[in-house]
Design a protein around this ligand. Structure first.
Ligand code: ACO
Length: 335
């Protein structure tokens, strides 16, 4: 079996900054409420005039990751694209990136696992590398939330949280036995699917049904989140899946150099930090600046952490995510 290692990282964020106070234009909320509950100060939302999409952002992050790895797009064997907000209902974003970057007709796979989508995608990539099928795989997480959020007081419980952006890595076959991906851990509990979901349009409720019913209270085409229910499950599952990764590798929390949690809510990250006895330097958070970018949050955070010198060769890095599905996952690396 081969070993895999992240050889390049990149991220892309839309230029438009939306501060908490900017949201007052279309909803009743306050900077104080948002910061107290979530830690978010501002987020990036695509300027509709820019023409930016989930795929174009993903492609930009991918180009940066390929360059950072010292590779060219011809070196990439496969694309895995994680998002809950693809440009089209179908096909997915992976094929769009293949086209935008003018890559050869390599395979492209989409992963639909929302907040844990990137860790799931990384795990899939790792299996392809381990078996020897591919040498360099582009793993992308990208989201355009802003276009699909309800920008009114009714939607504020969800809308204030989410932001747009993209992150990407290149996962490569590695000969270095001392570094690389140690393990990944994937879980789901579909019984809670409806607690964090977007119900339509789907085969369960198509656009013509919504239009026929003409019910002004039907907001099934906006994301729904039972916030407190999600929060309670998140803190438990984050802890479990980090512990699982440590136990499988005979490590303890004192071995962690950097934890990169999915940026769901700063309060969740702080709870986990305290539970594992980690210092501020051992946890990377950027939700204050970008909000929750779902599948993009971990690769954006990793890319920034690398740029800032927060990850050094030999460091033990843990990624952990929880979200819609419910799904949750972790990945452990020796950097
Ligand atoms: N501004 C002002 N008031 C608001 C806002 C807002 N933006 N949103 C809700 N409120 C009000 C509500 O109307 C409610 O008022 P009421 O008491 O008069 O009825 C009150 O604030 C409390 O609302 P809650 O929804 O109970 O607020 P809560 O404390 O649960 O915080 C939050 C909400 C921040 C969403 C929190 O529950 C949370 O972070 N949950 C976890 C989110 C998460 O981890 N998601 C997973 C990843 S996302 C993914 O997978 C796609």
């Amino acid at each position: 079996m081969y070993k895999s290692r992240i050889t390049g990282c990149g991220h892309f964020l839309p230029e438009r900054i939306v501060k908490n106070s900017d949201l007052l234009e279309f909803m009743e909320t306050s900077d104080e409420w948002i910061q107290e509950r979530t830690g978010i100060e501002e987020r990036r939302w695509i300027d509709p005039a820019s023409g930016e999409t989930t795929s174009t952002m993903g492609a930009k992050a991918a180009e940066r990751a390929i360059a950072h790895a010292g590779l060219t797009k011809e070196d990439i064997d496969f694309i895995i694209f994680a998002t809950l907000s693809p440009d089209m209902y179908f096909p997915g974003g992976g094929v769009r990136v293949q086209d935008i970057l003018g890559m050869s007709t390599i395979g492209a796979l989409d992963v639909r696992n929302q907040c844990s989508g990137f860790v799931y995608a990384l795990s899939v990539a790792d299996q392809f590398i381990k078996t020897g099928m591919y040498k360099n795989i582009l793993v992308i997480g990208s989201e355009n939330h802003s276009g699909g959020l309800e920008k009114s007081t009714r939607g504020r419980g969800v809308t204030v949280i989410f932001g747009d952006g993209a992150g990407a890595v290149v996962l490569s076959r590695s000969d270095d036995e001392t570094r690389g991906l140690l393990s990944t851990h994937l879980h789901s509990e579909g019984a809670h699917a409806a607690q964090l979901s977007l119900l339509s349009p789907s085969t369960g409720r198509w656009v013509d049904e919504i239009m026929k019913d003409n019910d002004p209270d039907d907001i099934s085409y906006y994301p729904y989140m039972n916030g407190q229910f999600v929060f309670k499950h998140a803190v438990v599952r984050f802890s479990e899946v980090i512990n699982e990764a440590l136990a499988v590798n005979n490590l303890t929390s004192s071995d962690i150099d950097l934890l990169i949690p999915h940026q769901a809510n700063l309060r969740i990250a702080q709870f986990i930090q305290k539970k594992f006895g980690l210092t501020d330097d051992q946890v990377y958070n950027n939700i204050m600046r970008y909000g929750n970018t779902t599948a993009a949050s971990i690769p954006i955070a990793l890319s920034e952490a690398v740029d800032e010198g927060r990850v050094k060769q030999g460091d033990l890095v843990v990624m952990a995510a929880f979200g819609s599905g419910f799904t949750w996952a972790s990945a452990l690396f020796k950097w």
